[in-house]
Ligand binder design. Structure first.
Ligand SMILES: NC(=O)c1ccc[n+]([C@@H]2O[C@H](COP(=O)([O-])OP(=O)(O)OC[C@H]3O[C@@H](n4cnc5c(N)ncnc54)[C@H](OP(=O)(O)O)[C@@H]3O)[C@@H](O)[C@H]2O)c1
Length: 108
């Protein structure tokens, strides 16, 4: 997934109508220890996959997690709700790369 040219060339060859992305770096503790690896798989790769999908006219369906929300909503979450993650979603070198914990949730 992190090999941009391989993903783009696969889509170009297969020409799918729909692409399902269920890949994820989902080991939370490891992601906090190595945010660069997590960001590459969970943010950069889906972005590039979305661009490659658009280029071949494919619909991209991306699986994610409600862990990007803080769990305090009284209604079901929507994709465009404000993200209040328990862990950083910004690149490791970004000033926005701060760590926040979801209330009441432990990763240990
Ligand atoms: N399971 C659930 O109950 C559940 C619930 C809600 C949401 N989700 C979401 O669904 C998504 C998938 O979860 P899951 O439970 O299916 O996780 P999973 O069993 O750990 O599957 C993740 C897959 O991503 C692959 N992967 C990781 N890095 C990759 C890379 N760089 N290139 C190619 N493949 C890579 C892994 O391949 P390897 O095995 O080869 O490492 C693995 O097959 C996640 O976004 C998760 O948050 C899951």
């Amino acid at each position: 997934m992190t090999e941009v040219n391989a993903v783009a060339s696969l889509l170009d060859r297969v020409r799918p109508d729909v692409v399902f992305n269920a890949t994820a770096y989902n080991r939370v503790d490891a992601a906090e220890a190595d945010p660069g690896a997590a960001f590459a798989v969970n943010a950069v790769a889906p972005h590039l996959l979305a661009r490659a999908s658009r280029l071949v006219g494919a619909l991209l369906v991306h699986y994610s997690t409600d862990y990007v929300f803080d769990g305090t909503s009284s209604r079901p979450y929507r994709e465009d709700d404000t993200h209040v993650p328990s862990v950083s979603t910004a690149p490791p070198s970004s000033p926005a790369s701060t760590s926040r914990r979801r209330p009441g949730v432990s990763t240990s």
